[in-house]
Design a binder for this molecule. Structure first.
Ligand SMILES: *Cc1c(COP(=O)(O)O)cnc(C)c1O
Length: 231
C-alpha cells in the first residue's frame, strides 16, 4: 500500500510541477490531498511521505480524523456543503481553512457563531463557475460583490480567496472556460487581499493550474489503486 501511495503522490507532484512551470517558475501550487474515500492509515502514510495538507468534505469525518491523527502536525481543510447544524462543530475544530463558503446567508450565521467564541476562520468563497444547478456556490456575475460584502460586514470571516469545481463535462474547452472565468474573478479580488485560487481535482488539476490555480484538491488520483479500488 505504501508503495502505491508513494507512486501516486510522486506522479501528482510531478504533474503539478510540469504544469506550474508552464505558468511561471514563481507560480507556487499547494496540494491538498482529499482523503474522503480513504482511511486514516493512508493519510498517516502520506504524512510520512511528506504530504501535510489534507481535506475532508464531511464535518463528522473531519472531526474523527483530526482527533485520531492529532499527534501529526497536519493542516486540515474542510470543503463541501456545510449544513447549518454542523457550523458549531466545525468552528470547534479550528480547521486551517474552510473552502466552501457559498452564500451571504451562511457567512452571516458563521460570522455570528465565530464572534460568540471570539474566533476567526480562514475561508474561501465558493463560486459556481459554470452556473450549474447541481452545484453550490455564488454566481460568477455576483462573486466580486458578494466577496466584498463579506469582507466589509463579517470581520470574523477571513476571506483568503476563492474556490471552484470545474464544469461537470467531458468537454475540456468548457472546463477550461469555467476555470478561466473563476481566475478572472480571483485577479479582480487580489486587490481585496485574495491570495488563494483553489481549482482543480483529480481529472483536471493540470488544466486548472495552467489557468492560474494555486491550490489543487486531489483525492482519487492519490488514493486510488490502478485497478480502481481505493486504498
Ligand atoms: C472529493 C472532492 C475533491 C477531490 O476529488 P477527486 O476527483 O477525487 O480528486 C475535491 N474537491 C471537493 C470539494 C471534493 O468534494
Amino acid at each position: 500500500m505504501r508503495e502505491i501511495l508513494r507512486k501516486n503522490l510522486d506522479e501528482v507532484i510531478w504533474n503539478i510541477e510540469q504544469a506550474r512551470v508552464e505558468v511561471s517558475e514563481h507560480h507556487i501550487v499547494k496540494l491538498v490531498a482529499v482523503g474522503k474515500y480513504s482511511d486514516e492509515e493512508s493519510i498517516s502514510t502520506l504524512y510520512e511521505l511528506g504530504q501535510r495538507a489534507f481535506g475532508e468534505n464531511q464535518v463528522q469525518q473531519l472531526q474523527s480524523r483530526m482527533k485520531n491523527l492529532e499527534k501529526l502536525p497536519l493542516e486540515w481543510h474542510m470543503m463541501g456543503t456545510l449544513q447549518s447544524n454542523k457550523i458549531n462543530k466545525l468552528i470547534a475544530l479550528r480547521p486551517s481553512m474552510f473552502q466552501s463558503l457559498d452564500s451571504i446567508k451562511l457567512a452571516e450565521v458563521l460570522n455570528s457563531r465565530l464572534a460568540e467564541r471570539d474566533q476567526t476562520m480562514s475561508t474561501l468563497l465558493q463560486i459556481n463557475s459554470a452556473n450549474e444547478n447541481s452545484k453550490s456556490g455564488v454566481r460568477v456575475d455576483e462573486a466580486v460583490d458578494i466577496y466584498q460584502e463579506i469582507v466589509e460586514k463579517f470581520p470574523q470571516i477571513k476571506l483568503k480567496g476563492i474556490m471552484s469545481i470545474g464544469a461537470f463535462t467531458e468537454d475540456r474547452k468548457k472546463i477550461q472556460d469555467s476555470f478561466e472565468a473563476t481566475h478572472k474573478i480571483y485577479e479582480t479580488l487580489q486587490k481585496d487581499g485574495a491570495t488563494t485560487c483553489s481549482m482543480g481535482m483529480s481529472g483536471d488539476y493540470e488544466l486548472a493550474i495552467k489557468c492560474g490555480s494555486n491550490l489543487v484538491r486531489v483525492g482519487s488520483k492519490i488514493f486510488k489503486q490502478t485497478k480502481g479500488e481505493y486504498i
